[in-house]
Ligand binder design. Structure first.
Ligand code: 5GP
Length: 140
């Protein structure tokens, strides 16, 4: 699958559409999922253009995991999350809906993921408030 530069995460990276940012460094961006499956559901993406894990460079994969760890720790600190679920879908056949590699960082338990994936837009005020709490707890 060739990389689609018009996918929604590429647009977020270019600043063409807004996001509730949690953390950014030279190689990655972390922000809130607007159709959260639990309160605090976040996404971490590389700045590198890659559709799935199988096109991503080793360096970008390592950078993403460093940011995933920061975000998960911040969710634990800010929201009191006892558990953090990571989800990462590769290809339409797996259910991937946005063709830019990303890791879902979901505070809670696998048992909390009863809400269907990527369907209902959440309450933007609540997502913004959660974003502010998590972002404030991210350790640089
Ligand atoms: P995937 O299905 O590709 O694993 O996950 C894509 C995720 O992106 C879904 O959880 C969906 O809710 C989220 N998403 C889709 N469009 C947007 C958007 O415009 N902004 C944000 N922040 N998240 C989005």
């Amino acid at each position: 699958m060739s990389y689609d530069t018009n996918n929604v995460f590429a647009k977020i990276l270019r600043g063409e559409i807004p996001c509730f940012k949690l953390f950014e460094d030279a190689h990655t961006l972390a922000f809130m999922d607007i159709m959260p499956q639990t309160e605090g559901h976040a996404l971490v993406i590389p700045k590198e253009a890659a559709t799935t894990l199988f096109e991503l460079s080793d360096e970008a994969a390592a950078a993403v995991m460093r940011t995933v760890r920061k975000v998960g720790l911040a969710q634990k600190a800010a929201l009191g999350a006892q558990g953090v679920v990571l989800m990462q879908l590769n290809g339409e056949a797996a259910g991937q809906t946005v063709p830019h590699f990303h890791v879902h960082v979901i505070p809670g338990s696998i048992a909390d993921l009863r809400k269907p994936h990527a369907t209902a837009t959440g309450d933007m005020g609540q997502i913004k408030a959660l974003a502010e709490k998590i972002a404030a707890a991210v350790q640089a």
